[in-house]
Design a protein around this ligand. Structure first.
Ligand code: 2NL
Length: 343
C-alpha cells in the first residue's frame, strides 16, 4: 500500500517535470500516462488489491492522480498550440518580398511619348484641349465648308442636347485654341483622341489617336516642313528611311501634301503592308491656309506656317507591326505584355 502511494508521488514529480515542445512529445505524454496501457490505467488496476476498508480513501488518491495527469496533458497541448501561433508571428523578415505585378505602358502611349520627345528636341511644345468641341474650333475656323462630308451626321458624332457640340474629329481644334490665345511664333504639337462615326474593322475604328503639329512664324517655308518631317521620321524609324511627298488636298492647308516613307517591313522590295509599292503613307501636311490664319487674326502677309497630322495607330502599326487597330482597345494582356521592353 505505502509502496503504491510512494510510486504515485514519484509519478507526480515526473509528470510535473515533463516538458514538451512538439505535438509528438505531447502525444507521447498522453500515451505514456493516459493511454489504454498507460500508467494511470495500470495504477487504477491496483485497486483490486486494496483492502475494502481503504478503497474509498485510495480511490480518492487515484482520482486525484488521474486528474493531475489530465491537467498536465491539457496544459502541454495549450502550450504547443500557442507556440505554433508564435511561430507564425516569428516571421523571417529578411526573406525577399513577393513581386508586385507591374503593368506595361500601352503601345499608343509609347509611340505618343516618342513623338512628343522628338518634337520637343525641335522646340515644339505640347498643347491639349477638350474632346467635346464646338463647330467653330473643329470645323468652321479650319476652313471646312458647311457642305463638307466630314460635317455629315454619318461621319461625325454630334451631341443631341446641342447640335453645335460634337466629338472632335481631329486635334486641329486644339491648335485653333492655341492660335486664339497665343500670337506667333507658335510651335506646338497636339496629341489626343479623336472620334469618327466609322464601322469598326481591322483598319478603322470609331475612335483613334492623332498628333497634329503647327509651326507659325515669319518666313516659315515648305522647305522647313520637309526638313522637320524628314528629321521626325529618321528619329522614329531610323536614319535609312526615305521619304516622298505627293500633292494632296486639305481644306485647311494650301498647298497640301501627303508624305510616304519607304516600307520598313520589306525594305522597299514590295509586301502586303506597302501593297507592293515599296512606300507607305504616314502623314498629311501643308502650308496653313491664309483663311485659317485670318480666322485667328494672324496676318497672312506677315506670317506663314506649316501644319501636319498623323495617326498614332498608324505609326504604331509601322513601328511595331500591329496589324489590327482593334487590338489597341481590347485590353488583352497577351497583346499589351509584348511591349514590356519597348519603353
Ligand atoms: C491627316 C492630315 C493634317 C493639318 C492636319 C492643320 C492644323 C491647323 C491648320 C492647318 Cl491648326 N492644318 N492640320 C494639316 C494638314 C494635314 O492632317 O491625314 N491626318 C491624319
Amino acid at each position: 500500500m505505502d509502496e503504491l502511494l510512494r510510486q504515485i508521488e514519484n509519478y507526480k514529480v515526473e509528470i510535473a517535470a515533463y516538458d514538451a515542445h512538439t505535438g509528438e512529445a505531447v502525444e507521447a505524454f498522453r500515451i505514456k500516462y493516459l493511454g489504454t496501457k498507460g500508467i494511470v490505467k495500470t495504477v487504477m488496476g491496483e485497486m483490486r488489491n486494496v483492502p475494502n476498508e481503504q478503497k474509498k480513501q485510495f480511490g480518492q488518491v487515484l482520482n486525484d492522480f488521474k486528474q493531475f495527469a489530465e491537467n498536465k496533458y491539457h496544459e502541454l497541448k495549450e502550450k504547443i498550440s500557442s507556440n505554433q501561433q508564435t511561430t507564425e508571428v516569428d516571421f523571417d523578415w529578411t526573406l525577399p518580398g513577393d513581386p508586385f505585378p507591374v503593368g506595361t505602358r500601352h503601345p499608343l502611349s509609347i509611340v505618343s511619348n516618342k513623338i512628343i520627345d522628338i518634337f520637343h528636341r525641335l522646340s515644339f511644345a505640347v498643347a491639349e484641349g477638350p474632346e467635346i468641341e464646338d463647330d467653330w474650333h473643329n470645323f468652321n475656323s479650319m476652313n471646312i465648308p458647311a457642305d463638307h462630308p466630314a460635317r455629315d451626321m454619318q461621319d461625325t458624332f454630334y451631341i443631341h442636347k446641342n447640335p453645335d457640340w460634337l466629338l472632335r474629329t481631329h486635334t486641329s481644334s486644339v491648335q485653333a485654341r492655341v492660335m486664339e490665345k497665343q500670337k506667333p511664333p507658335i510651335r506646338v504639337i497636339c496629341p489626343g483622341r479623336v472620334y469618327r462615326n466609322e464601322t469598326v474593322s481591322a483598319r478603322a475604328h470609331c475612335f483613334f489617336h492623332q498628333v497634329e503639329g503647327l509651326y507659325i512664324d515669319e518666313k516659315v517655308s515648305f522647305a522647313d516642313l520637309k526638313q522637320t518631317l524628314y528629321f521626325f521620321v529618321q528619329e522614329m524609324f531610323g536614319k535609312e528611311v526615305k521619304i516622298r511627298f505627293r500633292p494632296s488636298y486639305f481644306p485647311f492647308t494650301e498647298p497640301s501634301a501627303e508624305m510616304d516613307i519607304s516600307c520598313l517591313i520589306c525594305g522597299g522590295e514590295g509586301c502586303n503592308v506597302c501593297k507592293h509599292t515599296g512606300w507607305v503613307e504616314i502623314l498629311g501636311s501643308g502650308m496653313v491656309h491664309p483663311k485659317v490664319l485670318q480666322n485667328f487674326k494672324i496676318d497672312p502677309n506677315k506670317y506663314t506656317g506649316f501644319a501636319f497630322g498623323m495617326g498614332i495607330e498608324r505609326v504604331c502599326q509601322l513601328k511595331y507591326r500591329v496589324n489590327d487597330i482593334r487590338l489597341y482597345s481590347q485590353n488583352d494582356v497577351r497583346f499589351l505584355k509584348q511591349f514590356t521592353s519597348a519603353l
